[in-house]
Design a protein around this ligand. Structure first.
Ligand code: DGJ
Length: 740
């Protein structure tokens, strides 16, 4: 990996073995983008990549040169208002009412490693040799604003991390109304756009469409990254599939309002923008103040979408997630939510936990309802003190009883919320986000606390830290069950209200940072009514996230498959729940529920006491299986093979680093009669290894499995103890392959 600067031509070339990223100082001294893609050899002069021509109707930047117009020139951080009519990367409102900026190149800095971004989650390095960072320093002489554009190239993988910092070195306040994390101008538009969208209980479903002239975008203006759209998109060439071809993934390490957009102009160039949503954003920058954008990560591949995802998985697993749990296998847990909802006592919880222990579960999690007057979802949020009527011995007593069973104890919080029926709200009615004189929208009967205020975050921190320091709590499920409405802080002046959404998220990050550093051994799982904040920002603090409130195995195929495009399996919380399922009322076999949930951070979302003796035998086998293979399932190399978005059969697999072990999951939604023989070509194996398939005892060479394929029809394999299940709807099988 290297970052070269060619002084003569003022050209920067960032490259490693996979990629090149090239940019130059344009004749007007702004920064121009020349190339991002597969590695090309370095040369002093890449100026032939600058395409000049005269555009009718467009004023030119220079009096005597009709060919230099920003209308078609590819840029690093485009500005609207001169000759570039595309959506801008930055917009600053000056004190004279102008929104024009002209950031001219001044200087650069190359540093080993990667700097941290104050108060924000970001990828990191553990050794300087892992990455190199280029900081471009640009200045607008009229406003005195300085712009730092940061580019980190990692030694491994086609990864570039980007962010921007604006510093007001002028003498007057300005308002930053747009500051994107990433702007990438591509020379053509021969791409398909992939987005991961849905709604509550059907998150991250893949949608693909071709880029055409105009704008395609996904966003969130809800205050959380949202169930509806994920801050992750891919541009792939039309002939790219999971196994071959070019693609670029764009991921924003942020948990609040975002915009991911591709604009194709009528000269066929494509501008990708990714960052905080400009709508409603207005950050006042007084002289000497600075604003740091969140980080965006771009990954380029020429080897298909699996390779793109694997690069994101490695980066986010190893250099975004942090701390004690980063590299550790995740405990098999039993959560009481769907088992009891709000209807529990201490003894009832211990009864559920005892059965879980008998089945081999390692962690018991007490969900919503343990605190304040929380007998249903109308009261209690914010009063983080155990309800003595339910828990006479408090959290300390319950946690001890769970520990005495030989289990770890985990606890649910929803730190960012309050109900009007709570002591917290009664004592601090101005601590919620609400707009003066307007009605409030109490989603799930609750209100969002104003986390832009330090005293609010301090108060919640104190309550949580007290419980964590008094009781034996090994895990926290951090929930967030409503989006922000009527966004307004009682503590900020009128001209800073446009900062509230972002300040709120900074407050959330601050609370996470304080708790994770004071209680480093506690495993945090993020959650937002399921997958409403399943994003890389959260992953920095909480190495796993509850992927969806929908725990139906068939629905989960799409949710987990969609999530896997960006997020590693170790981050995908996935549990076995009861049937008929509580979200879609479907009855799926127990083995399929487990076979789906195994590919993630595994657990149970039910009362195991309610299962039949036969089912309990199966559960014990499942827990034992997960414990034996979880390193492979959570940290192995993951391949998508057959997509639930395309057909009746889904297949995915994990391969160990040494390729000696692999597990393929095969799932068929609806059964059929008289079906054809079918084979699935596996991926990532060693062609020369001979693999034994556990269920059938048959052996196959890696090259056979990858080129001829694994025969998945009933005649050849299956799980003998489940003969009847081979003929059912919602069937599934696991193929465990071990090199002999
Ligand atoms: C939403 C979560 O996703 C559920 O798992 C559960 O914790 C409930 N909230 C509790 O209110």
């Amino acid at each position: 990996m290297s970052i070269l600067f060619h002084d003569q031509t003022k050209t920067f070339h960032l490259f490693n073995e996979k990629i090149s990223y090239i940019m130059t100082v344009l004749p007007n001294h702004q920064m121009g983008q020349l190339y991002f893609g597969k590695k090309i050899r370095d040369r002093e002069d890449f100026s032939h990549l600058l395409e000049y021509c005269s555009r009718p109707m467009t004023s030119c930047v220079f009096e005597d040169d009709r060919t230099f117009s920003l209308e078609h020139v590819k840029q690093e951080y485009g500005v609207y208002g001169t000759t570039d009519y595309r959506r801008p990367a930055v917009e600053i409102l000056s004190s004279n009412g102008s929104r024009l900026s002209d950031f001219k190149y001044q200087d650069y800095k190359i540093t080993p490693g990667k700097p941290a971004l104050a108060g924000l989650p970001a990828t990191y390095t553990e050794a300087d040799s892992e990455a190199e960072t280029l900081t471009l320093i640009l200045k607008d002489s009229v406003t005195g604003m300085t712009l730092h554009l940061l580019y980190t190239i990692f030694a491994d993988g086609g990864i570039i991390a980007r962010s921007a910092q604006l510093i007001n070195n002028g003498s007057e306040s300005v308002h930053v109304t747009t500051a994107m994390s990433l702007c990438l101008d591509l020379p053509d538009h021969n791409y398909e756009w992939m987005q991961f969208s849905g709604a509550w209980a059907r998150e991250r479903h893949l949608i693909t469409r071709k880029l055409e002239h105009g704008i395609v975008a996904v966003d969130s203006r809800r205050g959380n990254s949202s169930h509806n759209h994920n801050p992750f998109v891919i541009l792939r060439r039309p002939d790219t599939n999971e196994f071959q071809g070019e693609a670029i993934g764009f991921s924003l390490i942020y948990s609040g309002n975002f915009l991911a957009q591709a604009e194709t102009d009528t000269h066929d160039t494509t501008r990708v923008l990714l960052g905080i949503h400009p709508m409603g954003f207005d950050w006042k920058l007084a002289p000497q103040e600075s604003f740091q954008t969140p980080e965006a990560v771009m990954v380029y591949t020429d080897s298909g979408l699996n390779s793109l995802s694997q690069t994101f998985h490695r980066l986010y697993q190893k250099r975004l997630a942090r701390g004690y749990w980063r590299d550790r296998e995740r405990p098999v847990l039993n959560n009481n939510w769907e088992a009891t909802y709000f209807n529990f006592t201490e003894d009832r919880l211990v009864e559920i936990a005892s059965k879980a222990k008998e089945c081999g579960v390692e962690l018991f999690v007490l969900d919503d309802g343990w605190f304040g007057e929380r007998n249903d979802d109308h009261a209690g949020l914010g009063d983080w003190i155990a309800n003595p009527k339910r828990l006479p011995n408090g959290i300390t007593g319950l946690a001890q009883r769970i520990e005495d069973l030989g289990l770890k104890f985990g606890l649910w919080f929803e730190p960012e919320m309050t109900n009007k029926n709570s002591d917290l709200y009664r004592n601090h009615p101005d601590w919620i986000l609400e707009t003066p004189g307007r009605s409030t929208s109490p989603g799930r009967s609750q209100h969002v606390l104003d986390f832009s205020r330090k005293e609010v975050v301090d108060c919640i921190y104190e309550m949580m830290a007290k419980i964590l320091s008094e009781a034996k709590v090994s895990y926290i499920k951090w929930d967030m069950n409503r989006s922000i409405t009527e966004c307004y802080s009682h503590a900020l002046p009128a001209d800073r209200q446009g900062e509230v959404f972002h300040r709120y998220i900074l407050g959330v990050y601050d609370l996470y940072e304080r708790l994770t550093s004071r209680f480093p051994h506690v495993l945090f799982e993020s959650c937002a009514s399921g997958g409403g904040r399943f994003d890389p920002g959260m992953l920095y603090y909480a190495p796993q996230a509850w992927a969806s409130d929908n725990s139906d195995a068939v629905s989960r195929l799409k949710i987990q498959y969609g999530s896997s495009y960006c997020y590693p399996l170790s981050s995908i919380g996935s549990h076995v729940s009861v049937v008929p399922n509580h979200q879609v009322y479907r009855t799926t076999p127990l083995h399929t529920r487990a076979n789906t949930a195994f590919f993630g951070a595994f657990g149970y979302e039910l009362d195991l006491n309610k299962l039949t003796p036969e089912e309990l035998v199966q559960v014990k086998q499942q827990v034992a299986f997960m414990k034996e293979y979880r390193r492979l399932l959570q940290f192995g190399t993951f391949y998508r093979i057959l997509s639930p978005f395309e057909g009746n059969v889904t297949c995915w697999m994990c391969v160990s680093d040494d390729k000696k072990q692999a597990i393929a999951g095969w799932y068929r939604v609806l059964n059929g009669a008289n079906l054809p023989f079918s084979r699935i070509r596996l991926q990532g194996l060693n062609p020369d290894f001979c693999y034994k398939e556990q269920a059938s005892g048959a052996s196959y060479y890696g090259d056979e499995l990858m080129n001829l394929g694994l025969i998945t029809t009933d005649g050849m394999s299956g799980q003998p103890e489940d003969i009847h299940a081979k003929y059912c709807d919602f069937d599934s099988r696991l193929y465990v392959l071990t090199a002999e």
